[in-house]
Write a protein that binds this ligand. Structure first.
Ligand SMILES: Nc1ncnc2c1ncn2[C@@H]1O[C@H](COP(=O)(O)OP(=O)(O)OP(=O)(O)O)[C@@H](O)[C@H]1O
Ligand SMILES: [Mg+2]
Length: 396
């Protein structure tokens, strides 16, 4: 059975951890935390499957820099541990912690239910890294295709809804799209839907089980199921980002394809989605800020050491007047573009009409290119080692 280690002298915290972990907890003193994960694991019998280390970095507990250094030394192959930090300043620590491969930062006053969700998510990640948990067997679960970009307005929602519509043609009952642009998501508008329930109803206190969840989905006439974005930015505050991972996990048990649309940049929800993603579709336009932003995002993805996923780069709204060639962009990105979509009035019109282009004009060259991208999302069993496929290029 998996085991959790906590370094803290706080009786209150360790009591909550014990309850949340159902007694699968060993508490050590802050000064007992060794320098490396390997040394920590050596402190326990081989048959104790340590999955999670909780380091209390509040004042007088584990030294913050030491905790970060420990986490930085994690080697997902040799010691697939998830490290959680308990902090009274989670916001100021977020970026450094992410870079040091910390799985999550827990506010010091966290309640038992939230702690339980966080521990479960951490164990799942550790299990996936080690290949131990059932989650490691991706083939039993649906693909999670996340569409992201550092910049806004580059066509993420357009690409995500077209991918989802195209997948729904192949698998009408097996495709769901989740709008994780929690503040300004417009997937429902792009599909001309008036949702009764939104993400604000799904990811607030606890993710419902599958049956409850299905009642909260909005069905598109094509069969595509939709977890719509919130109705107002204020409603977004109700969403608990930690539940987003749980939501995706529940959905991928039921659906063959889970398509995720995201907000620009690396929001907490996007980072959580990346932990569950099998295919990452990165969208950019062909301009200097867009390409530079994407380069930085690719670097950040490397630094974060997220579980591997296949990456697909989409250059959108291409026209020849911009002065940057696709080859220039590829040189900056150090990555080939997988698909180049031209700026097309038909795309803009399809958005305004609330019907994805692939449904409205399936023979359009842009639709066909989007469908070729979709065909790359082959069944999971055969997805590994497919890098190096050629670029799909739509001429404007
Ligand atoms: N290839 C294209 N040709 C012409 N217009 C396009 C193309 N791709 C997207 N658009 C239009 O650009 C606008 C922005 O697209 P979209 O909403 O998909 O971007 P986004 O990246 O999701 O934006 P945000 O970051 O605000 O969520 C939409 O009106 C859409 O119709
Ligand atoms: Mg969008």
């Amino acid at each position: 059975m998996s085991h959790i280690i906590a370094a803290s002298t706080s009786i209150d915290l360790t009591k909550r951890l014990r309850l949340a972990s159902e007694d699968r907890l060993t508490v050590i003193r802050p000064d007992q935390v060794p320098a490396t994960p390997g040394q920590l694991l050596a402190m326990f019998d081989e048959d104790v499957e340590v999955t999670t280390l909780v380091l209390d970095v509040t004042d007088g507990q584990v030294d913050r820099d030491r905790a970060l250094e420990f986490s930085r030394r994690l080697d997902s192959q040799a010691n697939p541990l998830a490290v959680l930090l308990v902090s009274d300043q989670p916001d100021t620590l977020a970026l450094t912690a992410m870079r040091a491969r910390v799985q999550d930062i827990v506010p010091v006053g966290i309640g038992i239910e939230d702690l339980r969700v966080t521990l479960r998510a951490a164990e799942e990640v550790a299990g996936r890294r080690s290949g131990r948990s059932a989650v490691a067997d991706d083939s039993a679960f649906g693909r999670v295709i996340t569409v992201a970009s550092p910049k806004g307005g580059v066509g993420k929602t357009t690409v995500a809804t077209n991918i989802a519509a195209s997948l729904a043609e192949k698998s009408p009952q097996g495709t769901v799209i989740v709008d994780l642009d929690v503040q300004f998501g417009d997937v429902a508008a792009a599909l001309d839907l008036e949702p009764t329930y939104t993400l604000g109803d799904v990811a607030t206190t606890a993710v419902p089980d599958l049956i409850g969840l299905k009642a909260l989905l909005t069905q598109h006439p094509s069969g595509l199921q939709v977890v719509a974005g919130v109705r107002s930015p204020a409603e977004a505050d109700r969403i608990d980002p930690r539940l987003v991972g749980e939501l995706l996990q529940v959905l991928r048990r039921e659906f063959r394809y889970v398509v995720v649309d995201s907000a620009p940049g690396m929001s907490e929800e996007t980072l959580t989605a990346l932990d569950h993603t099998t295919d990452l579709v990165l969208v950019t336009t062909l301009d200097v800020p867009g390409i530079r932003g994407l380069r930085k995002e690719l670097d950040l993805l490397e630094e974060l050491g997220l579980p591997p996923h296949t990456r697909h780069i989409v250059i959108n709204m291409f026209d020849r007047t911009g002065g940057i060639s696709v080859t220039d962009a590829e040189a900056t990105l150090k990555h080939n573009a997988d698909i180049v979509l031209p700026r097309s009035p038909r795309v803009a019109r399809s958005t305004n009409q609330g019907t994805p282009l692939v449904s409205l004009h399936p023979r359009d060259k842009v639709s066909q290119d989007l469908q070729s991208l979709v065909s790359r999302f082959a069944p999971l069993a055969s997805r590994r080692g497919r890098r190096g496929t050629s670029r799909i290029w739509s001429k404007p």
